[in-house]
Design a binder for this molecule. Structure first.
Ligand code: MN
Length: 497
C-alpha cells in the first residue's frame, strides 16, 4: 500500500487508588493481557495495540492523551475502565482529544465465578459500572466515539474492534491526504464539485490543482528502459490481446506504461496518495490514463475521473480501510440498469478506470478507441468483477456540510458473456431491492461516482463517518422509502440543511 503509515493504537485503562496496590497490579496485568491479545493469535488485529500504564488521576490522563495527540503513529485511543474510575478525572484529557476514540465495555472474565467470588473480586472487576461512568462523561461532552460491549476474547467483539481500527487509520490518513487534481472537475457537473476548504476542515483533504502540462513534463523524462521493464510486468500479470495489429497495440500499451511511470513520479514528488484526471483536459498527453490509473489504484492510490476529488479521496480511504483484507476497492460509476422484473441489477463500469483489485480473474490488456476526449486509443484492463458482498460509498457536498451515502449490495456473476464491451465492469444487486435502493440513493443526493468495495461492510463506513463528524446514511436490508425520507429530514434538522 503506497504511503501508508504503520499506525498503532494506544490502550488506556482507567482505575483509581481506592482499592490498594494489589488491585492496581492485577488491573495492569489484565489490561496488558487484553491489549496484547489483539497483537497475535488467530484473530490478529490490523495494527498493533500498545499498552499504556494504568491511569488513576487527571494529570496522568491529560498527559497521556496529549502524548497520543502529538504522536504521528498513534491513530486513536482505546479506553477501558477495569474498575470504577471517577470520570471527572477524564474531562481535561478528553477536552484535549481530537483523535478517534474507541470505548470498550468488557471485563477480564467471561463467566461469573459463583463459587469463589468475594468482595475483592467485585472491586477488581467492575467495568459494568465503571464503563457507564466513563460513558456518561463522553456522552455529556459529546465526544465522537464508538462503544463496543461484550467479552474481549469473542470473535465478533474483536472483529468490531478491528473494523474501528481500520476506519480510524483511514480517517488519520485522510488528515494528511493530498488529492492531486489534473485539471478541474468536468464542466457543468454538480456532484463532482464542492467546497475544498470545508473538505480540508472536515476530513483533512488537501486537493491542489495541477495543469496537465505539469504531468506532460514528467512524461518527457520517462526512459525507454523503464518502459521496457514495466512492459515485462504487464506481460506476466495480464493477458495481452494483440488485436489485428500487434505493433499498434504494443505501442499504445507502452504509452500507458510511460503515463504510469510519470504519474508515479509526479505523485511521489507532491506526496499525493490520490489523484483525478479529466478527459476534457489532456493537453500534452496522447491518451487518457486508463491502464495507468487502474494500476495506480491497485497499488493503493485513490482515484476518480472527471475531476471528482471527493470520490478519489474516498477510494483512498477505502483502500486504507481494506488493507490486507480479501476483496478489492475501486472507483466506480453506476452505468446502466437491468430492469427485468425480479432481476434488478446495476452495471457498474467507467470509460476505462476500474481497479483490477475487484477482478474475478486475470484481466486482459486491450486497446480500443475511446469515443470522447479526442485522443489516441487508450490501453485498459478488461475484466468482470468478482461476485460477493459489496458496498458503494459516495461523499456528497450538501452545501454547508458533507453526507456519506452507502448502499449494501451483492456483486454477481454476469448471466451472459459481455462479448462487445471493451471496459472492466461489475454487476450488482443493490439491497434491499433494486427500486428501493435506487430511489433511496437518488433521494439522498448520492452521485453517479462511488467508491466500490468487496472488502468492507457498512460498519467500516459508519465508524469513518462518526470519526470525521459527518452524516452517514446506509441503504440496505430493512430500508423502506417512507422511513428513509424521514431519516434524511431528521438528519437535516440535526446537521443543518
Ligand atoms: Mn464518470
Amino acid at each position: 500500500m503506497v504511503n501508508l503509515v504503520p499506525y498503532e493504537f494506544w490502550f488506556l485503562t482507567g482505575s483509581q487508588h481506592l482499592y490498594g496496590e494489589d488491585t492496581l497490579r492485577q488491573v495492569a496485568a489484565d489490561a496488558q493481557k487484553i491489549a496484547a491479545s489483539f497483537n497475535g493469535g488467530v484473530q490478529k488485529g490490523p495494527y498493533p495495540v500498545v499498552y499504556k500504564p494504568v491511569l488513576t488521576n487527571a494529570d496522568d490522563i491529560e498527559k497521556i492523551i496529549r502524548e497520543a495527540e502529538a504522536s504521528s503513529s498513534c491513530a486513536g485511543i482505546i479506553t477501558w475502565m477495569h474498575t470504577f474510575s471517577p470520570a471527572k478525572m477524564w474531562v481535561r484529557g478528553l477536552n484535549a482529544l481530537t483523535k478517534p476514540l474507541l470505548h470498550l465495555n468488557t471485563q477480564t472474565n467471561s463467566a461469573i465465578p459463583y463459587a469463589t467470588m468475594d468482595m475483592d473480586f467485585m472491586n477488581l472487576n467492575q467495568s459494568a459500572h465503571g464503563d457507564r461512568e466513563f460513558g456518561h462523561v463522553t456522552a455529556r461532552m459529546n465526544v465522537p466515539r464508538k462503544v463496543i460491549a461484550g467479552h474481549w476474547a469473542q470473535g465478533r467483539f474483536r472483529e468490531r474492534v478491528f473494523t474501528w481500527m481500520r476506519a480510524a487509520a483511514a480517517a488519520t490518513d485522510a488528515r494528511h491526504l493530498t488529492v492531486a487534481r489534473f485539471g478541474d472537475n468536468m464542466r457543468d457537473v454538480a456532484v463532482t464539485d464542492g467546497d475544498k476548504v470545508a473538505a480540508m476542515g472536515t476530513f483533512g483533504w488537501s486537493v491542489p490543482y495541477y495543469g496537465i502540462g505539469d504531468l506532460a513534463e514528467y512524461l518527457k523524462a520517462v526512459s525507454p528502459g523503464d518502459i521496457g521493464r514495466l512492459m515485462e510486468e504487464y506481460e506476466s500479470a495480464y493477458t495481452i490481446v494483440p488485436g489485428k495489429d500487434k505493433d499498434y497495440t504494443y505501442a499504445h500499451i507502452r504509452e500507458q506504461a510511460a503515463l504510469e511511470i510519470a504519474l508515479t513520479a509526479f505523485l511521489g514528488d507532491k506526496k499525493a496518495s490520490a489523484f483525478t484526471t479529466n478527459f476534457e483536459d489532456l493537453h500534452g498527453l496522447k491518451q487518457l490514463p486508463g491502464l495507468a490509473a487502474q494500476r495506480l489504484m491497485a497499488s493503493g492510490f485513490g482515484f476518480a475521473a472527471e475531476g471528482d476529488w471527493k470520490t478519489a479521496a474516498m477510494v483512498r480511504a477505502l483502500k486504507v480501510m481494506a488493507q490486507g483484507l480479501p476483496g478489492g476497492v475501486s472507483f466506480m460509476e453506476d452505468y446502466t440498469y437491468n430492469l427485468e422484473p425480479g432481476a434488478g441489477m446495476i452495471l457498474g463500469a467507467h470509460m476505462l478506470e476500474v481497479c483490477p483489485s475487484i477482478a474475478a480473474a486475470k484481466p486482459t490488456l486491450e486497446v480500443h478507441p475511446l469515443g470522447i476526449g479526442g485522443k489516441e486509443d487508450p490501453a485498459r484492463l478488461v475484466f468482470d468483477g468478482a461476485p460477493g458482498s459489496a458496498l458503494c460509498a459516495a461523499v456528497v457536498d450538501m452545501g454547508s456540510r458533507f453526507r456519506l451515502v452507502c448502499n449494501q449490495a451483492q456483486a454477481v456473476a454476469a448471466p451472459e458473456k459481455f462479448a462487445a464491451l471493451p471496459v472492466a465492469r461489475v454487476l450488482w444487486k443493490p439491497e434491499p431491492a433494486m427500486e428501493t435502493a435506487c430511489e433511496a440513493w437518488i433521494l439522498a443526493g448520492g452521485g453517479h461516482h462511488t467508491a466500490f468495495t468487496t472488502a468492507l461492510d457498512a460498519e467500516h463506513l459508519r465508524d469513518f463517518a462518526e470519526i470525521c463528524g459527518i452524516e452517514c446514511v446506509v441503504i440496505g436490508a430493512g430500508t423502506e422509502i417512507p422511513a428513509f425520507r424521514n431519516e434524511l429530514r431528521w438528519n437535516s434538522a440535526f446537521w443543518g440543511k
